[in-house]
Design a protein around this ligand. Structure first.
Ligand SMILES: C[S@@+](CC[C@H](N)C(=O)[O-])C[C@H]1O[C@@H](n2cnc3c(N)ncnc32)[C@H](O)[C@@H]1O
Length: 206
């Protein structure tokens, strides 16, 4: 059965996020993606970086079904594992030992503003536990900087998020990076991306 979902933003941002990842990834091991959504990013990145294993995950069954369908559709079954059920707040994350051993980094795209702040805290806590010195966590999405929106469209987007859920909203970069610091990461890079988004690269220091 074809359960593929189509998230419009992925068509626009996959190439740009891939360009950032191409400078960050090593040519071996695995990446764990948190909040993979439709799975469109996962299959694009698996095809673009064939030497690594791209492990998707999502708490929503409908998303995991879509991810599996995308993997089938792109004939990546032999390379890409099935999506994992990971809700960042359900710690410790249940991940196969093989993945833990081969992990080189964690990526989460457009997740932290569409989830409670406690999800950001959990994401850093568990990433800090799983990743070793020198490994990375990459976040992509809109951020406030100095507690200010970087564009009027982000201001309206933030408002629309809060209308949907009081606990959602565009996060302040400094507060996100404070959480990173508490868990042994430093903010290595902040890359401006199209449509008023950023890629933030956090590197594990200890
Ligand atoms: C806006 S979608 C982004 C999906 C995909 N990364 C993309 O950019 O197209 C947010 C995703 O975060 C996931 N998510 C929400 N709460 C989560 C949580 N507590 N743990 C892990 N993922 C979560 C949702 O299920 C959804 O797939």
């Amino acid at each position: 059965m074809d359960n593929r979902l189509f998230f419009s933003a992925t068509q626009r941002n996959s190439v740009f996020i891939g360009d950032v990842l191409s400078k960050t990834l090593k040519n071996n091991g695995s990446i764990l993606e948190i909040g993979s959504g439709s799975g469109e990013h996962g299959v694009v990145f698996q095809k673009r970086f064939p030497e690594i294993i791209w492990q998707t995950s999502d708490p929503e069954l409908v998303h995991r079904k879509s991810i599996s369908s995308w993997i089938d559709y792109e004939k990546l079954n032999k390379k890409m594992p099935k999506p994992l059920m990971i809700d960042v707040e359900k710690m410790p994350w249940e991940i196969p030992l093989k993945l833990t051993r081969s992990l080189q980094g964690i990526v989460s795209i457009n997740m932290i503003h569409i989830a409670h702040w406690s999800c950001t805290i959990a994401l850093f806590r568990e990433s800090g536990r799983l990743l070793k010195k020198g490994q990375f966590l990459v976040l992509y999405g809109p951020f406030k900087v100095g507690n200010k929106h970087t564009s009027q469209s982000n201001y309206f987007f933030d408002y629309s998020l809060k209308m949907r859920n009081d606990f959602w909203g565009i996060r302040n970069l400094e507060e996100v990076s404070d959480e990173a610091k508490k868990n042994g990461f430093f903010q290595e890079d902040m890359i401006s991306m199209p449509a008023n988004n950023f890629s933030i690269i956090y590197r594990k220091v200890s």
